[in-house]
Design a protein around this ligand. Sequence first.
Ligand code: G6Q
Length: 561
Amino acid sequence: MRPDRVILNAKSPLINTPAWMALKTHFERVKKVHMVELFEQDPERFSNYSLQFNDMLLDYSKNRVTDETMQLLFDLAKQAGVEEWRDKMFVGDKINNTEGRAVLHTALRNRSEKPVFVDDENVMPLVDAELEKMKVFSDTVRNGDWIGYAGLPITNIVNIGIGGSDLGPNMVCRALEPYAHRSLRVHFVSNVDASHIEQLLRRLRPETTLFIVASKTFTTQETLTNAETAKQWFLDGAGRATEDDISKHFVAVSTNEEKVKAFGIDTKNMFRFWDWVGGRYSLWSSVGLASAIYVGMDNFIELLEGAHEMDQHFQETPLEENIPVILAMLGVWYGNFFDAESSAVLPYDHNLRMLPAYLEQADMESNGKSVDREGRQATYSTGKIIWGAEGINGQHAFYQLLHQGTRLIPTDFIASVQSHGNHDNHSQILASNFLAQTEALMKGRDIEETRQQLADANIELHKAENRLPHMIFGGNQPSNSIVIKKLTPRALGSLLAMYEHKIFVQGIVWNLNSYDQWGVELGKKLANDILDELESDEDLFEHDSSTKGLLDWFRDNLKES
Ligand code: G6Q
């Protein structure tokens, strides 16, 4: 086996620090404790391990923790300087050290009067002006006053973007569907596979379609290719439309004015944001334009308000009662001490079905790093694999592994009590499944109980004994229950900000820069190099035999298509 190709001389010291070592010792003592015992020992466990924030309830009592565990985890957070780093983030210090940038998605939703400075400039007037521009534009489209080249109002909005310029607004539109304008439809095109845009365009008419080209850099190949295809479709399909009509059907969201102009979009149709907003943290900025049009600016502002309230909670609440901090430290506990590889997000609200995909990016792109802030090797696990799907569907699919697999998979169960649907019986069934699953994951089913159930079902003794080992559930699988009263724009804002801050805290504990993404940049560069080779049919770069073999296979078969 070849040795590691990357050998960094320095190692991050985290695992030798007092707080870490204290947790290690503690872990050895408590690792086998079953949650059933913890609940038996403390009849008040629910009230001791749950918190309320506005209309949100966090119950973290079904975790493999004691008071001592939590105290040691908070000690670790303090030792890592979570409070100091948090304060630096909110005041615009350039905590994204590899790119020399501030990290200020919180300024986008700063609903207080407080100024926020980047390089001595108060950015709040810029933020407010852009929000105002979004309001005017979204009102105009929603009221039917934005008239296309053929004299018709807009009925379909197509957001062309990828990654951070797609997942956030897409997820928000799905989550807030009940608030959507009834005669507007919104679509998201991200994949450069032509099937994506073609299948959509077949259903649309140029006269009534508005394209939002969303790209922070305005250099992303997939987005610009899709945008060019859309432009061509518009010009070809629109009959008497000319280049001048593009301004009625194409707007841009970007930080890069030059590139927007070069693409042919009038900069008066450009919505701005700034380099201190990371792509995956940008849904609060003008990247949220599609969602603002879809649900209306008032609801978009409510979303910001909800996030701002969570920002205040995160800033002002002691660590011991601080929801993002608690969730983050529980994640550290399982990832670094129990060696949990992944963590599942299981929303039971259908409208939150895109949340897992959104959080996959938010979390894994932020904390999927193996080098610490100072460039030293991280000798401990960092970001976990985040995955998930609608909880209720998962019960009929992958939950088997959660209940009886060999891995420890901590879960976030998310529910809204009051559905936007009109059938109460559905809500009760949904809630009962939610409650039953977290209970079963915690308690499991021991041998005696299982034997009794088999006897009650009149299963013959020898069959029952054969079946017995397969029907035992170990339990002790941790879960957080995050329950909101109703999925309103405000509640959604708080929920998303909660996860953003959880990710932040974990990044600080692991001493990472959560705000760069060199892995993504690598993908963009490599693809461009290989594209040159595909287009020119010449071998321009050295490749391993696998990549070369595949490249040739693609070349041969692309010629045929
Ligand atoms: C987000 C990432 C990445 C980015 C996309 C699109 O944090 O950097 O997902 O959002 O690559 O980039 P553009 O917005 O520049 O097109």
